[in-house]
Design a binder for this molecule. Structure first.
Ligand SMILES: Nc1ncnc2c1ncn2[C@@H]1O[C@H](COP(=O)(O)OP(=O)(O)O)[C@@H](O)[C@H]1O
Ligand SMILES: [Mg+2]
Length: 376
């Protein structure tokens, strides 16, 4: 049997996807009622998975053309347009040459070399960055192409906060906003992990996307639902796991999806059919994982300034902290001063090494946090 605890980020099927019934229904309803969505959560909580899960629903598959681009690695509007063009053209492949010809005629600002894949017989389109001379114009044409589609289209843009870091960030955002607004039959999902950035883009009255989307905040999966999911998959392979053990892992990682999945992936592999998984075996799995990552954590850590390192250790040791500039916290961890903490915190928050949620600061990567707390 395959390991049912998927950790690659690739969505496999509903069977390996836990819960999210409410969020799935909400997102489907947003799509069907032409509300654009902004989907926000910590990284690795399950945004991308949720979008794939929604796209896999029968009624969405049947009635819409769905597109997904993750713009995390893009640094300019040209990059963005390239990725978007490639996503659209790759989705057209199985539909045949007729669609490609339509694409080439509407998106005529792009020089596309059409060909045929020898192995599959599918048409291919070769698009390279150098051909994107006028990204705004190409973007307009891509939107026009989607609008001309027979079935309505849904476009998910993952890691959307990245767009604010492009050269001319603000101008690009305005352009995109105008295009999005002019769509009659194309829906959008903007997903992002950087809470501060996303709330700036979407909740700040001076930002073009202000209040333009219906928000969905992805919280941890409920403990009972996740526990049921884990036990079901162990039992399906005649393996035993105590509820106490599942809850222990859930609490250790505060329900943060990927980290729990990672631990259960390992535990599923290591558990014998005749000896049930226990809290002790969970601890063993966690230690093993932390050891595996130790060299990269070490490298991440030494690249930080001395003040940032001290703050990282202090936050990791307290797991969660409400007021890192308080006198109690500063003296407990022998940090220099409130202003030193503030100065060290800013870059750590900016690059999401530390997250701030529900009034608390904590280290975003839960394995890194455990490693720090144990090592220092
Ligand atoms: N509902 C779920 N059930 C099971 N695994 C999930 C679920 N949601 C996310 N995951 C797993 O957690 C990891 C992180 O999810 P992902 O969607 O990539 O997070 P995000 O996009 O928020 O950073 C992935 O490995 C994914 O397989
Ligand atoms: Mg993601």
């Amino acid at each position: 049997m395959d390991n049912p605890f998927v950790i690659t980020g690739r969505y496999v099927s509903a069977e390996y996807f836990c819960d999210r019934e409410k969020e799935t229904a909400e997102l489907v309803s947003n799509i069907e009622n032409w509300r654009n969505t902004v989907l926000i959560s910590l990284r690795r909580m399950g945004k991308s998975g949720l979008i794939s899960h929604v796209y896999a629903q029968e009624r969405i598959k049947k009635n819409y053309e769905t597109f997904f681009i993750d713009i995390y690695d893009t640094t300019s509007l040209e990059d963005f347009v390239l990725l978007f063009s490639k996503e659209i053209s790759s989705r057209l492949q199985p539909k045949g040459m007729k669609f490609f010809e339509k694409f080439v005629s509407i998106v005529n600002s792009l020089k596309v070399s059409l060909g045929t894949d020898m192995a599959t017989g599918f048409p291919t389109a070769d698009i390279s960055l150098g051909e994107i001379v006028n990204p705004v114009k190409t973007l307009e044409q891509l939107f026009a192409f989607l609008e001309a589609s027979e079935k309505p289209c849904i476009v998910a843009i993952d890691e959307f906060q990245q767009i604010a870091d492009y050269r001319d960030g603000k101008k690009n955002i305005v352009t995109l906003r105008t295009l999005v607004q002019s769509c009659r039959k194309t829906g959008f999902i903007f997903a992002g992990s950087n809470r501060r950035m996303m709330s700036r883009l979407f909740n700040n009255p001076s930002e073009p996307f202000f209040m333009s989307c219906t928000p969905i905040h992805l919280e941890p999966i409920a403990k009972a639902r996740y526990s049921e999911f884990v036990r079901k998959h162990f039992e399906a392979d005649a393996k035993m796991i105590s509820e106490e053990c599942v809850e222990y892992v859930y609490d250790t990682f505060e329900g943060h999806t990927w980290f729990m999945q990672y631990v259960f992936n390992r535990m599923f592999e290591l558990t014998d059919k005749d000896s049930p998984a226990t809290v002790a075996s969970a601890d063993e799995a966690v230690s093993h994982i932390i050891d595996l990552f130790a060299p990269s954590f070490q490298e991440l850590f030494v690249r930080r300034s001395e003040r940032q390192r001290a703050l990282l250790i202090a936050v990791a040791k307290s797991r969660k902290v409400e007021s890192p500039t308080s006198a109690v916290f500063i003296s407990k961890y022998r940090l220099q001063s409130a202003s030193a903490v503030q100065g060290a915190m800013k870059p750590l928050l900016d690059d999401e090494t530390i997250s701030f949620l529900d009034g608390c600061y904590f280290i975003s990567n839960r394995f890194f946090s455990l490693w720090l707390a144990r090592r220092y």
